[in-house]
Design a protein. Structure first.
Ligand SMILES: [Zn+2]
Length: 527
């Protein structure tokens, strides 16, 4: 059965207009493949007439095998005072070799006269000629009516005439664009209804988020008769962004009951959103609706207790429907229930009630001193493990010394000495590093790897330092977060102290101890 609503993704064209985003041709091809797997109907790949990178994308996209989506090239109506056949921009659209082209044209009388500097009649001819020409080349043509909503307010008759002209020339869809993103939802609904009644063509919607209602405007348009929705993954786009498909898709499917993806695909949305963020080299927005890491995270003790009894009590949908998950955030606000949930989530099924109570008290004390366990699950696990009576740590610190020197001709360098006890044996090592923490890490590894060779597979993937209560200047508490990776997992640990070296040491020890314990468990379960 055909979907009642068509999704038109413009991440690769309008999305790349965002400040701070730059996609290579290779990146765009990767994203196009994923969008196709998700099952959107159209993927707008770029503007082949505007830059060589987009032209190269379309050349390489010819060998893309798409199962669900059709590729679209974007351009504008022909230039004023010329013919469609001789227009280089339209030629480039045909040469792009896509089955679909989308052309943007003016629908606002004053933009025609003041910005294009031509007559309103010529603009209508430009729309008609361009659509007709592209149709004659065997293409499906969509018409993006730029500034439609503002144009309607300026001269409603003319704005509608632009749409009717495109429809009359054979456009497959007239897309109403809120180009500036300032139109409010009730107006969008009203105008889409007028267009759906008066224009004999499928109606689409393309909104921007200038007034923070792009998603709401898209949904209102659908309720009013639009059957084609344009947007970008994660709402990427110029200024405040485009309409966010990562929210529109589940809104349409789960709230309005309108299927727009193939069966079973909605649960891939979380991964797709994070994939696109990663390829674009942007940190994912953790608080984004549906697909943010915090979208179903529970922190307050009462909420966590209620969610444990009934997941629907503080969640508007089952997170698994979009591939996300319920997450318990452990903090000083947590109750015992939160920590029990966390223990379950982390696979610490055997933790007793007393350990949980003791761990909770310790978390509250440590958070008061500047620790933060919200993003440091491995430190929470280590805290609970260390409270178990049968737990034996893989090593214990005897002492460490760190020196930082700045010698003439050599610049700054650091050296660390570490003395630790491994199963009662003392290991004493020294190592150099480009900084004190690096030297400490190297000395600790040197001492441990003869006994624990698996440590060679651990890599520090991120090291973040945050100064708390900054008004104390250099005496402030420093919080250190360390991310560590091995071939299979990544884990995060925390340390906090007035001394940055001590804070780093704490996070480092948790990281190594957690990793060694996990590696041992895994080796045991594979044996
Ligand atoms: Zn746009």
């Amino acid at each position: 059965m055909a979907s009642p609503i068509e999704l038109y993704d413009t991440t690769l064209r309008d999305g790349t207009q965002m400040e701070g985003i730059s996609l290579s041709v290779e990146d765009k091809l990767k994203i196009a493949r994923k969008l196709d797997e998700l099952g959107v109907h159209y993927i707008e790949g770029g503007w082949p007439g505007s830059n060589p990178k987009d032209a190269e994308f379309f050349a390489r996209a010819r060998s893309l095998v798409l199962r669900n989506a059709r590729l679209a090239a974007f351009g504008s109506t022909r230039r004023a005072g010329s013919s469609a056949e001789s227009d280089l921009n339209l030629r480039a659209l045909v040469d792009a070799g896509t089955p679909v082209v989308t052309i943007v044209g003016k629908a606002h009388d004053r933009h025609v006269t003041r910005i294009l500097e031509t007559t309103t009649e010529e603009n209508l001819a430009m729309i008609a000629d361009s659509v007709r020409y592209l149709k004659s080349q065997g293409l499906l043509v969509f018409f993006d009516a730029e500034h439609f909503f503002d144009g309607f307010a300026s001269d409603r008759g003319y704005a509608l005439q632009c749409l009717k002209t495109a429809a009359g020339a054979g456009a497959g869809c007239v897309v109403l664009c809120d180009t500036n993103g300032g139109t409010i939802t009730s107006t969008v609904a009203e105008l889409v209804r007028v267009v759906a009644e008066q224009v004999d063509c499928a109606v689409g919607i393309h909104t921007h988020n200038g007034a923070d209602v792009a998603v709401a405007n898209s949904l209102a348009a659908v309720r009013a008769g639009a059957v084609h929705v344009q947007g970008t993954i994660n709402g990427y786009g110029e200024r405040c962004g485009n309409a966010n498909l990562s929210a529109i898709i589940p809104d349409l499917e789960l709230k309005l009951g309108l299927r727009c993806l193939p069966e079973g695909k909605l649960k891939e949305l979380y991964d797709l959103s994070h994939f696109v963020a990663e390829v674009a080299n942007l940190a994912p927005d953790e608080h984004m609706a549906y697909v943010g890491r915090s979208a179903f995270a529970h922190k307050g003790g009462i909420h966590v207790a209620a969610v444990r009894r009934n997941p629907r009590s503080y969640q508007h949908i089952d997170p698994e429907l979009v591939g996300n998950e319920l997450r318990v955030v452990v903090s000083e606000l947590s109750g015992r229930g939160s920590l029990l949930s966390k223990a379950e989530e982390l696979g610490l099924g055997d933790v007793g009630k007393e350990e949980v109570s003791a761990a909770l008290q310790r978390i509250k004390d440590l958070e008061a001193r500047g620790f933060s366990f919200e993003a440091s699950d491995a430190s929470v696990v280590m805290m609970m493990r260390r409270l178990e009576s049968e737990y034996r740590p893989p090593f214990e610190l005897v002492d460490y010394v760190v020196m930082v020197e700045n010698r003439q001709g050599r610049g700054t360098f650091a050296e660390a000495n570490v003395k630790i006890s491994i199963n009662g044996e003392i290991a004493h090592t020294a190592a150099e590093g480009n900084g004190p923490v690096n030297a400490l890490d190297a000395a600790l590894r040197k001492a441990l790897t003869p006994v624990y060779p698996e440590l060679n597979g651990f890599h520090l993937s991120d090291y973040k330092v945050r100064i708390l209560d900054g008004q104390n200047g250099t005496a402030a508490t420093t919080r250190v977060l360390i991310d560590t990776r091995n071939a299979h997992h990544q884990w995060s640990t925390v340390g906090a102290s007035a001394n940055i070296i001590e804070a780093s040491w704490q996070a480092l020890v948790d990281s190594v101890e957690y990793g060694l314990h996990e590696a041992k468990e895994e080796a045991g379960s594979h044996a």
